[in-house]
Design a protein around this ligand. Structure first.
Ligand SMILES: C[S@@+](CC[C@H](N)C(=O)[O-])C[C@H]1O[C@@H](n2cnc3c(N)ncnc32)[C@H](O)[C@@H]1O
Length: 251
């Protein structure tokens, strides 16, 4: 972990490396180009903790569901080479803008449209760390049904998990032996019943050969729709899901 080498003018002053299995960031980071305006992005503190703990400078980090580019920004700040992929060309456009800031580090950022279920542009065992954040089935639809292969268009949980098995296989193929793959995923409800989507997806990663190093509970903070759902939770007697799981797998 090379925290002492970080130049403070590029980086958060109050950042602290997490050391337990519960992570909570009431104030999401807003340094450099990070922004909360993209619905469904992860707080910068998430990839920053993952990158610092599970990779070193000049390593190659992959986020194959890159969204608005949070992981890409952190890799640029922390001197990691980065490969960013997303099935939605709009996301690749957003990520290009997000990493458009000056850096003196001599590292590469490669961004391409592609499918996390088939990473054919990436060689076997060539990636040091995967840090990624898939859709939680169709809780947020990123392309409103318009892009074939977008995992956020899948409502059926069994179908979603079958597709995530393909993602897991590709993760296992591209990551180097003894290196890491971290994914953040949350649960959902169908009618009044709780669906442990995160554990179902975790099982897919174990089935393809990964070993589980950590199961971190990430506290979710209020979002715009929380007051609406808080009222419903009393009316229909259910609890709001306010946590996600960050699984860290080792090959
Ligand atoms: C939860 S968002 C990622 C947000 C990202 N962590 C950020 O901070 O902006 C999930 C992303 O997965 C992408 N996605 C969905 N299906 C995909 C697939 N089959 N291959 C690659 N990307 C996919 C969506 O377009 C969306 O950008």
């Amino acid at each position: 972990m090379q925290i002492s080498n970080i130049r403070m003018k590029d980086n958060p002053i109050d950042f602290k490396l997490e050391c337990s299995t519960v992570w909570s960031f009431p104030k999401r980071g807003n340094w450099v180009t990070h922004s909360s305006s993209f619905r469904g992005n992860w707080a910068p503190q998430m990839p920053r903790n993952i990158i610092l703990r599970y990779s070193k400078e000049s390593d190659t980090v992959l986020d194959q569901m890159v969204g608005s580019g949070t992981t890409a920004i952190e890799c640029k700040l922390l001197k990691r080479n980065f490969i960013g992929i997303d099935i939605n060309p709009k996301m690749i456009g957003l990520t290009k803008k997000a990493v458009d800031f000056k850096s003196q580090h001599d590292i590469k950022t490669i961004l391409n449209v592609g499918d996390a279920k088939n990473l054919n542009s990436i060689k076997d065992e060539s990636v040091d760390l995967i840090a990624t954040h898939p859709p939680y089935a169709d809780i947020i639809k990123y392309s409103n049904g318009k892009i074939e292969g977008d995992l956020s268009n899948i409502h059926d949980i069994d179908e979603f998990c079958n597709e995530m098995e393909k993602v897991a296989k590709e993760c296992f193929r591209v990551v180097k032996p003894k290196k890491y793959c971290a994914i953040l995923i949350g649960d959902t409800r169908r009618k009044k019943y709780y669906v442990s989507l995160a554990y179902r997806v975790m099982q897919e990663f174990l089935n393809v050969g990964f070993k589980l190093r950590e199961d971190i509970i990430k506290h979710q903070w209020n979002c715009k729709t929380t007051p609406f759902w808080a009222k419903k939770s009393q009316e229909y007697n259910f609890l709001l899901i306010m946590h996600e799981h960050l699984f860290v797998f080792e090959k």
